[in-house]
Each structure stands twice: as structure tokens, then as C-alpha cells.
Design a protein around this ligand. Structure first.
Ligand SMILES: NC(=O)c1ccc[n+]([C@@H]2O[C@H](COP(=O)([O-])OP(=O)(O)OC[C@H]3O[C@@H](n4cnc5c(N)ncnc54)[C@H](O)[C@@H]3O)[C@@H](O)[C@H]2O)c1
Length: 255
């Protein structure tokens, strides 16, 4: 192995990815496994998580699938223990990726929908990270990677709930990075942009599609696989001096 691959090598490390039954989470789970990690692929949709884990195993890599609704703290405890068991009881990498959207212009935005979105993104990250903390590696390999959005950085029309949740994830990331630095655990967030089921409406509705593309300097959507390398960076020794940061991986949408 040469020095540059070694920096990104995750052999011997365990990872738990939430919302990994499809979209970005599935691509991240595959990329972490390809870098050598043993990955617990979790999703509220258990069948989807199991199918992704099965594909990873079929490629000769290490993965298991499990149900995890991130709104459920007890389920987070169980999943974290299962993920840590993949590496002798230590969890190295937690990726808080699960997400939902419920767009509505503010005057029509219902409290229930506001709570639903904040619950999944902010409380979800809180539950999984607090469950993970006792088992997270403290030898400099421990990582919490949260998933935020350009919505949390610059706001998005018709998404006050989602933008508030994603801005919440940024504050969560920055405070936690300060708190966990003493334990050698790095906490960062990534703001992606990719062609997934979540962005299907905006990509296929002619009213939104052209306007959105015109705002992306690289002029296109990425496939989820193109986002995944940045997660491997934040999960690996290559990012050993990076904490409390938000990394946009979005074709230049946020500059
Ligand atoms: N796709 C983009 O362009 C984009 C842009 C900015 C941020 N994001 C963020 O990236 C993350 C992944 O989004 P995606 O585009 O892959 O979306 P997606 O809809 O394809 O995947 C989201 C996954 O989360 C799962 N999920 C939903 N609620 C859950 C819950 N309560 N517990 C556990 N899992 C749950 C879904 O089943 C699904 O598999 C999300 O946090 C999203 O907000 C995506």
C-alpha cells in the first residue's frame, strides 16, 4: 500500500451509516466499505438497508444491514452496539445521513411537518451521536460526520422546516466538535448535492430544473457516488486536523 492510499485506508474500522437504504447514504456505505471499513447499513426501511448490505457483501466487502429509525433512541443504542461489534466493540465512524423533506411555503407550513423534519435531522443526529459516544474510538480515529445542506447555509424557498433543521445540524456539529476535540473525536458536516430520490421533483419539474441548474457553477447534478469520496476523506486519517467544518460538495452551489 502506498502512502497516499494509506491516508484513506479504513481497514479495521467500523462504521454506522443512517438513512443508507438508498441515495447518498447507500453510496457512502459502499465507499466506506471499499476503503476497508466494516459497515452497518441502517435505514428506517429495513429491506432497503439489507439490500444495500447484501450488494456490498457481494462485492467481497464487509457489511451488515439493520433497521434504524433515527427518531428512536433505543433503536439507536441497539444499532450502535451492532456496528461496534463489527470491530471488537469500538465504533470508529458515525454518519448521520438520514433525511426527509416536506416542502411548503411558510404560510401553509404546518407545525406537524416542521416537527417531523426537525425530528429526523436534528433529534436523529442527537440520538445516534449520544448512543455512539460511549463506544466511539478515542485514539484519533473516531469520527462523527453529519449531513447538512445548502439549505442550512443559505436558505431555500418553501423549505423553512428543512432549512431550520439543516442549520440546526450545523450548530450541532460546531458545538460537538469543540466538546469532543479533547477525546480526539472529530466532528464535521458535509453539504452535498446529488441526483437522489430526494431531489427528483426539482430535477424533473421543468419549472424548477432549469433554474436550479443555472445556480450550479459546474452546471450539472452529481451522482451520489461522486459525493462519497468526501465522506471517505472525513472518515479517514487524511482529515486528522479537520474538525467543526462544513464541507460543501455541490458543484459550487455554495461559494
Ligand atoms: N440529494 C441532495 O442533493 C441533498 C442535498 C443536501 C442535503 N442532502 C441530505 O443528504 C442526506 C441524504 O439524502 P438523499 O438525497 O440521499 O435522500 P434519499 O431520500 O434518497 O435518502 C434518505 C434516506 O433516509 C431514510 N430515512 C428517512 N427517514 C428516516 C428515519 N427517520 N430514520 C432513518 N432513516 C430515514 C430514507 O428511507 C432514505 O433511505 C439527507 O440528510 C439530505 O437532507 C441531500
Amino acid at each position: 500500500m502506498n502512502a497516499s492510499t494509506g491516508l484513506f485506508d479504513l481497514t479495521g474500522r467500523s462504521a454506522l451509516v443512517t438513512g443508507a437504504g438508498g441515495g447518498i447514504g447507500a453510496a457512502v456505505a459502499k465507499a466506506l466499505a471499499r476503503a476497508g471499513a466494516a459497515v452497518l447499513v441502517t435505514d428506517v426501511d429495513e429491506a432497503a438497508a439489507s439490500a444495500v448490505a447484501e450488494k456490498i457483501r457481494a462485492a467481497g466487502l464487509t457489511a451488515d444491514g439493520a433497521a434504524l429509525d433515527v427518531r428512536d433512541r433505543a433503536a439507536a443504542d441497539t444499532a450502535v452496539a451492532r456496528a461496534a461489534a463489527l470491530a471488537d466493540g469500538t465504533l470508529h465512524i458515525l454518519v448521520n445521513n438520514a433525511g426527509v423533506t416536506a416542502p411548503a411555503m411558510f404560510e401553509n407550513l404546518q407545525e406537524e411537518s416542521f416537527r417531523q423534519v426537525v425530528d429526523v435531522h436534528v433529534l436523529g443526529a442527537f440520538h445516534c451521536t449520544q448512543a455512539a459516544l460511549p463506544l466511539l474510538a478515542t485514539d484519533g480515529t473516531g469520527r462523527v460526520i453529519n449531513v447538512t445542506s445548502s439549505a442550512g447555509l443559505t436558505g431555500t424557498l418553501g423549505q423553512v422546516n428543512y432549512s431550520a433543521a439543516k442549520a440546526g445540524v450545523i450548530g450541532f456539529t460546531k458545538s460537538l466538535a469543540r466538546e469532543l476535540a479533547g477525546k480526539g473525536i472529530l466532528v464535521n458536516a458535509l453539504a452535498p448535492l446529488a441526483a437522489t430520490p430526494m431531489t427528483e421533483t426539482i430535477r424533473t419539474n421543468p419549472k424548477f430544473a432549469e433554474r436550479m441548474l443555472s445556480r450550479i457553477p459546474l452546471g450539472r447534478w452529481a451522482e451520489p457516488e461522486e459525493i462519497a469520496g468526501a465522506f471517505v476523506f472525513l472518515a479517514s486519517d487524511a482529515s486528522s486536523f479537520v474538525t467543526g467544518q462544513v464541507l460543501p460538495v455541490d458543484g459550487g452551489l455554495v461559494i
